[in-house]
Design a protein around this ligand. Structure first.
Ligand SMILES: [Zn+2]
Length: 271
C-alpha cells in the first residue's frame, strides 16, 4: 500500500511533470467507482484549468488548480502515476487519464482499483471531509502531545488513527516505535514528555530517510527493523522469520496489537 513516503515521491513526480499545462480532457475506465462525484461535473471542474501546486496530507495527494479548487488523489492499495506522450508508453492498469494541451498525459495507474480521485473547494474542505489530523511529517510536539493525551488506547492503534496524525501505516508505526524504543502497547495518554520527544524525533527520522530513499525499502539503513519483517510476499517466509534485533541481537517478536501484525524487540522495547 502506498504510504506517506511513496505518496511524497508521487507528489514530487507530479510536481516535476504536470504543472502549468492546460488540462484539455479527462477519461476514466470506471468513473462511478473512481471519481467521488459525477464524471460530467468533475470534467467541467478541471477542463481548461492548470495544475499549479501540490501538497500532501498523510497518504493524500492534493493538487491546487489555477482557480483555487483542489484535486484529490488517493492511491488505495496499488495506485501510481505515469506521465507519457505516445500510446506505446501507456502503462498497464491505466484507470484514469488527464490530457494536457502539450500532448502529454498523466495516467492514474491502479491494478486493484481502490484509488479515488475527487475535486474540492479547498484543502481545508477536504481535510475536514476526510477527518484528517495533521500530517505526520509536519505535526508539532504540542499537537502530538495534545492528540495523544486524549487517548486511553495502546500507542500503536492511536498512531495509526488518521485523525490523530495522518500518514502512518502499519510497518511505519512498528519502525518508529522500534527506533523510539517504545512498546506498542503502552497507553498513549501516559507517555512522558521525554518519550513523546523520542517518538516525534523517531517519526521524523524514519519518514525523512524513507523519502530520501524514494520509498525503496531494501535501501533503508541496516539499523531499521523493516529488514526483520516477514513480508507476506516473501518467497521464503520460514527462512526470513526469526531475525534478530539490529541493535541488541535479541530475537524479534511477531505479535498482534490492535488487530495488526506487529514486530518488536522485547529487549529494546520493554512494556
Ligand atoms: Zn533490541
Amino acid at each position: 500500500m502506498p504510504e506517506l513516503p511513496e505518496v511524497e515521491t508521487l507528489r514530487k513526480y507530479l510536481e516535476e511533470t504536470s504543472l502549468h499545462q492546460k488540462i484539455t480532457g479527462f477519461s476514466a475506465v470506471d468513473a462511478k467507482r473512481q471519481i467521488t462525484m459525477p464524471l460530467d461535473e468533475f470534467r467541467q471542474g478541471i477542463v481548461g484549468r492548470k495544475m499549479v501546486k501540490t501538497t500532501r496530507i498523510g497518504k493524500h495527494l492534493l493538487v491546487t488548480l489555477d482557480n483555487g479548487n483542489v484535486l484529490s488523489l488517493h492511491f488505495g492499495m496499488t495506485g501510481d502515476l505515469h506521465y507519457y506522450r505516445i500510446p506505446e508508453d501507456a502503462p498497464r492498469f491505466e484507470r484514469a487519464t488527464f490530457f494536457f494541451d502539450s500532448g502529454f498525459k498523466l495516467a492514474f495507474v491502479d491494478s486493484r482499483k481502490f484509488g479515488r480521485i475527487g475535486l474540492w473547494e479547498s484543502k481545508t474542505v477536504y481535510k475536514t471531509a476526510k477527518k484528517l489530523g495533521p500530517d505526520a511529517l509536519d505535526i508539532s510536539e504540542a499537537e502530538l502531545k495534545k492528540n495523544l493525551r486524549k487517548r486511553k488506547s495502546p500507542l500503536k492503534p492511536a498512531l495509526l488513527d488518521q485523525k490523530i496524525l495522518a500518514g502512518i501505516g502499519n510497518w511505519l508505526v512498528d519502525e518508529i516505535l522500534f527506533q523510539a524504543k517504545l512498546h506498542p502497547e503502552i497507553i498513549a495518554a501516559e507517555l512522558t514528555d521525554p518519550e513523546l520527544q523520542n517518538l516525534l524525533q523517531a517519526m521524523q527520522n524514519v519518514l525523512q530517510i524513507s523519502i530520501e530513499k524514494e520509498a525503496i525499502y531494501r535501501e533503508l539503513p541496516v539499523s531499521f527493523l523493516i529488514h526483520s519483517r516477514e513480508w507476506d510476499e516473501s518467497p521464503h517466509p520460514e527462512k526470513d522469520a526469526h531475525k534478530n534485533c539490529p541493535r541488541c541481537k535479541t530475537e524479534i517478536i511477531r505479535t498482534v496489537v490492535g488487530g495488526r501484525a506487529t514486530y518488536l524487540c522485547p529487549q529494546c522495547q520493554p512494556t
